[in-house]
Design a protein around this ligand. Structure first.
Ligand code: ACO
Length: 436
């Protein structure tokens, strides 16, 4: 049979046949509209809650093979990047598409550290939050507020202007996060130190005691750098999709990053590492693990940090983090929750329920245990995810802005409501149960 790059679809309602040419080997959904019974009707749509199996863009940034547990940034395996690169080197790769030369890296680092400071009014804004405000609420609000300081950021079709905003956001998000942290601790703010690298400067802004010098521990600084590398991008996940969706209306990147961070904050996405820690605390000891797993299998809650929409194999990032945990614990002392986590993983990976559903530990299963050992309260874990993911969001947004095929995000719906009905005056209405 002659090979053709098309599908033939036969509509069994009408017996009609349609030949639909493929785009890069995939079915272009708009073509489905021509399939209809009545010429007056709208035509066929693809229905995919949660965008299951729907590609919303073409992208050259991140590749995941969920069945084989593979993750590449710009073609480079995540394991090699985590082993050999700094976070800012990987950020350059994600944004620019190639690994930097020594000169390019130096210029890039300088352009980021030149932008560490945030306007004083942003610092003041952070000071207005309640001391117990959730850190993600503070981060999202302050990043959105940056939009008001850089009105030129609205020129999103200008590539050079985009790069200015990209550098600013990568540099300023950790400063905002650190100020929010100091606010929550009722500690004076520590201004950024441009003589330190990205991760060390972040640790300095978080933990420098008043009136004393502070030197980040090199093992912990490197561990944080690697965690940042692992979280930098993950193709079209919920928050990245939000970034692209908001970006598609040509909103500026500050409000778009704030929206993406809001999407990240939910417990089914970036909020999962916080939920993992709460779960491990609730389990309390190794002995209670089997009873907890039984409860999950009976439908009471989920095993947080397990399962992934794309990975149906061990998440490669979880493997790297698990190995790194030992180096961190040599400095900080062992986090007793690790034993519960290891036992949970051991039992779950042998249990038919988890095996048949291909539920493996994801990136969030071990990261929280390390962050806690470093001294972070679980409510800060999602902020630690948002800092590096800002790079991925911006790389994806930059790619989207340059992509002539992209359009404003506007899905359709399958309407399930009433057909047209007559208005009921107030004195004739009868109370009805709410329908939604
Ligand atoms: N614990 C127990 N059962 C689970 C879990 C879990 N963590 N995850 C999925 N399942 C079960 C579901 O109950 C379902 O079982 P069923 O077929 O008997 O109904 C089956 O596995 C498939 O689950 P879905 O919800 O359809 O899978 P989906 O791809 O929609 O969800 C998700 C992926 C949201 C990550 C899910 O696995 C989950 O809730 N995990 C816990 C939260 C978590 O760790 N999120 C972090 C993800 S990584 C990240 O965002 C950085």
């Amino acid at each position: 049979m002659e090979r053709k790059d098309s599908f033939t679809i036969i509509d069994n309602r009408t017996g009609k046949s349609y030949e639909i040419p493929l785009v890069s080997g995939h079915l272009p959904a708009p073509e489905l509209r021509q399939i209809k019974v009545d010429p007056e009707e709208y035509g066929t749509m693809a229905y995919a809650p949660g965008f299951m199996n729907v590609a919303s863009c073409k992208s050259a940034i991140t590749y995941i093979d969920g069945d084989r547990g593979i993750l590449w940034y710009r073609g480079y395996p995540i394991e090699e990047l985590a082993e050999n690169c700094t976070f800012l080197e990987v950020a350059y790769l994600l944004i620019h598409g190639e690994l930097p030369t020594q000169d390019q890296l130096q210029q890039w680092e300088q352009s980021i550290l030149d932008n560490y400071d945030v306007p004083e009014d942003i610092k003041n804004l952070i000071g207005t939050f309640r001391h117990d405000a959730h850190p993600m609420g503070m981060l999202i609000s302050a990043v959105a507020a940056l939009s008001t300081f850089y009105p030129e950021a609205k020129r999103v079709r200008d590539p050079e202007n985009r790069m200015v905003q990209i550098r600013r956001l990568i540099a300023k998000v950790p400063t905002i996060a650190a100020y929010a942290y100091r606010r929550a601790m009722s500690l004076p703010y520590v201004y950024p130190d441009a003589s330190l690298n990205y991760t060390e400067n972040f640790m300095h802004m978080l933990w420098k005691p008043p009136h004393r010098a502070y030197k980040p521990h090199p093992v912990l600084a490197r561990a944080l750098d690697v965690l940042f590398i692992l979280h930098a991008d993950h193709e079209q996940n919920c928050s990245t999709h939000t970034m692209r969706s908001v970006g598609s209306s040509e909103a500026d990147p500050y409000v778009a990053v704030a929206a993406a961070a809001a999407a990240l904050s939910g417990p089914l996405h970036g909020g999962a590492n916080e939920a993992v820690l709460r779960m491990l605390k609730e389990i309390g000891s190794k002995e209670n693990v089997p009873a907890y797993i039984k409860k999950v299998k009976e439908g009471h809650g989920r095993l947080m940090g397990f399962g992934h929409r794309v990975y149906k194999n061990y998440d490669p990032r979880a493997r790297i983090i698990k190995r790194m945990a030992d180096q961190v614990f040599e400095v900080t002392g062992r986090n007793p929750l690790l034993d519960i986590a290891l036992e949970l993983e051991r039992i779950a990976l042998e249990d038919e329920y988890f095996v048949t559903r291909k539920l493996y530990p994801n990136v969030d299963f071990y990261s929280g245990i390390i962050y806690q050992a470093m001294g972070f309260d679980p409510s800060w874990f999602t902020v630690l995810f948002a800092i590096p993911r800002t790079v991925g969001w911006l790389a994806q947004w930059n790619e989207q802005m340059a992509d002539p095929e992209q359009k404003i995000a506007r899905p359709r719906q399958i309407y399930t409501g009433y057909q047209k009905r007559s208005f009921v005056p107030m004195d004739q209405r009868v109370a009805q149960a709410a329908t939604a």
